[in-house]
Design a protein around this ligand. Sequence first.
Ligand code: SAM
Length: 311
Amino acid sequence: MGDEPVMATNDDASECKRGAVLLGYWTDDYISYFVKNVEKRAPEINRGYYARVKGIENFIQKFINKAGSSAQIINFGSGFDTLYWKLKDEGVQIANYVEIDFPSVTSRKCYMIKRNKPLLDRIHNQDGEIKLSQTDLHAGNYHCIGADIRNIAQLETKIQQAEVNFERPTLFLAECVLVYIENECVNRLLKWISSKFKSGLFVNYEMCNMNDTFGEVMLGNLRARGCNLAGIAHCKNLDMQKARFLNNGWMGSTGWDMVQVYYAFTETERHRIEKIEFLDEQELLIQLFQHYCICIGWLSIEFSEFTCSVD
Ligand code: SAM
């Protein structure tokens, strides 16, 4: 089996996100342009996606507050993520935003951007020039590029086409991506970043604590769908995920499971989302949260003090 089942995990994530948005967990004015299907998911799944999206957004906000308008964001395995458009609507100024996924995924994304005026309008640069190929799109400070992130030579060429500046503070995002990638390739990617970029932060959302029965069931479901979980060895625990940064030239690293992330949200916000859907069993949600984490790595001292607390 090739990479198709892994690419299909993007459709699943996007459908789940759209479903949670429709129920009011969070606002996303753009996800419906990328996904039409919505399947009803269990309340635990919706709440899990809420914690994932809000947990990552919290770090994005902290990073941008610190790095300012010279910040760059590189989103690995971005799928149909809509963060660029959300930041644009919020008036957030950054120097560069790059999305990378397999060419078959980016070609679908480019097509949908091209077809939907509200998406296209927000990526126009001042002179309106958009460079578009089947799989890549470059416009102003937005770049969507098709590349396999296991292939560093290809990645480097594409990153240059996206006008990434190695001197600028850069936020690297990977949301449920590295688990599908062989450990040697993740190590190579992390090493390449730490050797090229001067300052930055990596935010990785991933499975963790997979050694118990609950974890085995989660992995069994993914394997049954044909996914190659090449990076699963590093998801055994959070310490291994942290060590991966330190072993590949990063200055420091830390992390939290999603129970910690969820309980770091304000009480008001938790009460709001807990009223959206009734949970039969709180226990199941906690188990789910115990099996996911956010692990961060930093290249420079200014990003070393972030925690999962909401400012
Ligand atoms: N990050 C998005 C989100 O959370 O909504 C999508 C997550 S989806 C579970 C995983 C994504 O990683 C897919 O879009 C897949 O194509 C991408 N991916 C996995 N391995 C990759 C690789 N070697 N190179 C580029 N993209 C990859």
